[in-house]
Design a protein around this ligand. Sequence first.
Ligand code: FAD
Ligand code: FES
Length: 297
Amino acid sequence: MKKSNSNAIFDTIATVIAQKPSGTNAYTLTFECPEIAEAAQPIQFVNIAPVPLTAEGSPGPALDMLLRRPLGFSQVRPEQGRFDVIYQVVGRGTQAMADFKPGDRVRILGPLGMPLTADMIKAQTVILVGGGLGLPPLYDLAPELIKAGKEVIVIAGARAENLLIMDTQQCKLKRPLPDIGETTGFKPFVELGADCVITLDTPAEGFLSGLVTEPLNKYLEQDFDGGLEIIACGPPIMMKVIAQIARDRGVKCRLIMEARMGCGLGACQACVCKTTDGYKRVCTEGPVFDAEDIVWE
Ligand SMILES: Cc1cc2nc3c(=O)[nH]c(=O)nc-3n(C[C@H](O)[C@H](O)[C@H](O)COP(=O)(O)OP(=O)(O)OC[C@H]3O[C@@H](n4cnc5c(N)ncnc54)[C@H](O)[C@@H]3O)c2cc1C
Ligand code: FES
């Protein structure tokens, strides 16, 4: 649903409300920031300073801590003026964020990027495919799709059980796969009522083994009378293969593209990706692109 401040971008200060482990290898950070929470729409993101504000007059952060890090919204609660991000520690910036404590005040820019909302999707069934850190933004979109009466199937991929970024729960599949009526899914999606399967590169009991493309291909054998769309977010190689599968099967597919970012505002050109219509900035013209429009290099 379009919100009143949907075109506004705020360069503002948010308060950390909570920092909790998520899954086996990530954190959920909750911020209070009413202006961003009210304006945020699915698939948009925020640029977060990796160190909190210090007292006036004290030394500023190290040079590499001045650049803000982009993180997708994983859940937005405008009525509380709060939003969550789920992140994994991969470098110095995210390592510093792991030290955020309730009450810390943090510079945040957002919401950034073009949204993807339920009314933009015609198909009755949507398969969300998330690889690794591609999952949190899809969790922000899923409730909107379900509220709009759509069937949501989530296929999530991870390298190993100790690298999961959300808590898990058994999922009884409403749309079973051959020989699989029940499997381990990500709790937040299962609680929403979505079918959720997790594939692991390193086999582990209770999970599907292999790549996300294996259950995806099996689902694509089924009938989807009201139409089907695939929305994928994850590593480029995963998205390239999914784009090809969708093209071969004649299924509409949108990709949420990943890019290293600088400004997040369209000025520095650090985040471009090649499309059939020239280079596009992931931060402003994206992050969502039609799979057909991406030129893979
Ligand atoms: C629009 C957008 C949304 C994102 N949403 C999330 C999210 O919800 N949760 C989350 O954990 N991460 C997300 N990321 C990735 C996140 O921004 C990076 O992990 C973070 O900036 C790394 O900062 P760092 O200083 O810790 O690591 P750095 O020292 O900057 O990098 C450490 C390692 O991570 C890799 N890396 C850094 N940034 C990216 C990137 N953008 N894409 C791919 N690899 C990268 C580097 O190549 C390097 O190998 C998102 C990125 C973008 C562009
Ligand atoms: S990050 Fe600067 S143009 Fe996209």
